[in-house]
Design a binder for this molecule. Structure first.
Ligand SMILES: N[C@@H](CCC(=O)N[C@@H](CS)C(=O)NCC(=O)O)C(=O)O
Length: 207
């Protein structure tokens, strides 16, 4: 049984939870991270020296970094339909997963901490506006991509990349500021919402 360490408000933890649902993989989960058990304890740091969630234990095998974890789970537990072996198809999935973890994630950071987490250290109006601009720019890139595929981010079928990207769209929708119409993104979220993993972990109760 896979053990997941991490709280559900964490988007990175929810990547792992949603992947388990897609793979029909049983798991247990413990609440770790700010607001729950501290990741700064020697016990947790021995598992992940970065003091970040998620961490998984699969028997004696311990792994951190959410995207590495979901690639591992797909690779070990029959997820070739989510993470194809063909190098071209796999590279396209990796491209969008890495884009989410770097450019997209970086762009929302300030606005999300200010407007959703209400962080006192993130209340500079100019920085909020800059973050919203960059986030919107990236969401327009996603809109163009989804108009092109008409289905999912890596192509015609659902893939591992739709998990981080879908969770990110959910975060976009759940962060309160004026947003442009992005019709292909809206249709994409409806499509994803039909999946039990998305219904559980990419919904309006969780940003
Ligand atoms: N690159 C890491 C980032 C993990 C991360 O930033 N986790 C946050 C929660 S989303 C965290 O653990 N924050 C510290 C805490 O909650 O104590 C990954 O993708 O797994």
């Amino acid at each position: 049984m896979i053990e997941i360490l991490g709280k559900t408000p964490s988007i990175n933890v929810r990547k792992v939870l949603w992947t388990c649902v897609e793979l029909n993989l049983p798991f247990t989960r413990e609440d770790w991270g700010s607001g729950f058990r501290s990741t700064q304890t020697p016990e947790f740091l021995a598992l992940n020296p970065n003091a970040l969630v998620p961490v998984i234990k699969d028997g004696d095998f311990v792994l951190w970094e959410s995207n590495s974890i979901i690639r591992y789970l797909a690779g070990r537990y029959g997820g070739e339909h989510l993470y194809p072996a063909d190098p071209f198809a796999r590279a396209r999935v990796d491209q969008w997963m890495d884009w989410q973890a770097t450019d997209l994630n970086r762009s929302w950071n300030y606005a999300f901490l200010a407007l959703v987490r209400q962080s006192a250290a993130h209340q500079d109006a100019q920085e909020i506006a800059k973050s919203i601009d960059q986030w919107t720019h990236n969401m327009r890139i996603l809109e163009a991509r989804l108009q092109e595929t008409g289905e999912f981010v890596a192509g015609a079928s659902f893939s591992l990349a739709d998990i981080p990207v879908g969770l990110s769209v959910n975060r976009w929708l759940g962060t309160p500021f004026e947003k442009p119409e992005l019709p292909a993104v809206s249709a994409y979220m409806k499509r994803l919402g039909e999946r039990p993993g998305a219904a559980a972990y990419a919904n309006s109760a969780l940003t």
